[in-house]
Design a protein around this ligand. Structure first.
Ligand SMILES: [Zn+2]
Length: 250
């Protein structure tokens, strides 16, 4: 029997730039309110996986909230909203860029230079119940990186998070969602979970190749309500197909 589907939501920055990695703070607030209104709770990936390991299924009435790259805007625009609703989240941190800016690659149009969380801010998130997780040290496309370097990128970032924040690190997200065989092997050997950017709800996938729903595609409350009611899978499949076709043209 297949598992109950679970939506693992992906956010990056919460700001008003309108870039492809930005969600407006007011939109985010409305989305969290809609979840609460529907009786849903936002939880960490670790909590969801612990439930799945104990019960054999994903939890019901839950969504997992994930934030990639640890933009400082989430400290200002997500933390207070989640605290208000009693939600928590997982944050994927690029350890070499903590306290710096998003200049690891040319940023997407419109977002410009944005600050990232400092270690103090990350410690405050952990204090508030958030789960810190690894996202490499410098955010490379791991498909173009050798075996030794891949191992260093992933395991150094995990060890640095563990050392600085004083907690176990069980989660990893592949930069840009791009997986190499070496990265997959390291994720399998050293992490409990690893996230991709495959646009769908999670079900029976291996825990080291979990799909997520990029909230760029689900901005209105109406779409979010359809997602958690299980009525958005066809829409996501179409978007998934469109995204693949677009990548092939680039
Ligand atoms: Zn990233």
């Amino acid at each position: 029997m297949s598992r109950r589907p679970l939506a693992i939501l992906t956010y990056h920055s919460l700001d008003d730039s309108g870039s492809v990695v930005s969600i407006a703070p007011r939109t985010f607030e409305a989305q969290m309110q809609a979840l609460a209104r529907a009786g849903f709770v936002g939880i960490t990936l670790r909590e969801a996986v612990e439930y799945r390991e104990q019960q054999g299924d994903w939890p019901s009435q839950r969504v997992v909230l994930t934030f990639d790259d640890a933009y400082a805007s989430l400290f200002v625009n997500a933390l207070p909203v989640l605290v208000r609703h009693g939600f928590s989240a997982t944050v994927f941190v690029i350890t070499g860029y903590v306290g710096r800016c998003n200049d690891w690659a040319p940023p997407p149009p419109r977002i410009g230079t944005q600050p990232l969380c400092s270690w103090e801010q990350l410690a405050a998130l952990v204090e508030a119940g958030w789960e810190p997780a690894a996202h490499t040290h410098t955010h490379p496309d791991l498909r173009g990186v050798g075996e030794y370097e891949t191992e260093r990128e992933i395991l150094f970032s995990r060890d640095e998070l563990r050392r600085r924040l004083g907690c176990e690190i069980g989660g990893f997200a592949y930069p840009y969602g791009l997986i190499s065989p070496t990265a997959r092997r390291i994720a399998r050997e050293h992490f409990r979970t690893a996230c991709t950017t495959v646009l769908k709800r999670a079900g029976d996938e291996p825990l080291t190749a979990l799909p997520r729903v990029d909230m760029f595609y689900v901005q209105t409350v109406a779409l979010l309500e359809r997602l958690i009611a299980g009525r958005l899978d066809r829409y996501l499949a179409l978007r998934r197909w469109g995204r693949r076709a677009r990548h092939m043209l680039q």
